[in-house]
Design a protein around this ligand. Sequence first.
Ligand code: GRF
Length: 228
Amino acid sequence: MRRLRLGVLVSGAGTNLQALIDACRSGEPAAEVVVVVSNVPGAFALERARRDDIQAVVVNHRDFPTKAAFEAVLQETLESFRVGLVCLAGFLRILSPEFVRAFDGRIMNIHPALLPSFGGKGMYGEHVHRAVMASGARVSGCTVHFVTEVPDGGPIILQTAVPVRDDDTPVTLAARIRREEHRLYPMAVRLFAEDRLRIEGNRVRILPQIPPSSHAPAPVHPATARTK
Ligand code: GRF
């Protein structure tokens, strides 16, 4: 089977990137990270990519006069690596509708809360966990979703919930969620690689796994086999 080519966009530590790299290396999903692009030159995620012999590219938004010029280079870079799926993994720039359209249905994001709550502008990092705790919610979690032009508003692929404990701090809650993120993102990529995700409006239908035996040609009984 041909492996899905992943381009991962990052801005920070890259623990989700690492989870994707490790999962791909283990063969599940049938995918490979072919390029990691960061808009932050010093992001540790770049180091993770280099350590694993993966192309690490910096496209610093500060070097461009406009968002369109920045995104044009981002797009060019991803296209030059022929990526089949773009994974946002702690990428702290909001992508324009034009960019999203260029990779329509082929961009995923992971968010450290249960969308559609606690998402959108300003909801990143500790801000999310602080908002969850201030709301009194008893559960939080993480969400992998397709990216549309509405920040954090695209069709939800997978979610996992975790408890919010009375003695939690944003740091302890983030750590509990982070562990789930590392499981969930590779699972979502696997479903995509197996072509099992169908976007229907704002919902995603997950098709059942096709058992490997049904890929094989039907056996032909010698008595019924025809020759020309
Ligand atoms: C994660 O919490 C992810 O949900 C959010 O950004 C964070 C990235 O963390 N989008 P890391 O860089 O993968 O460690």
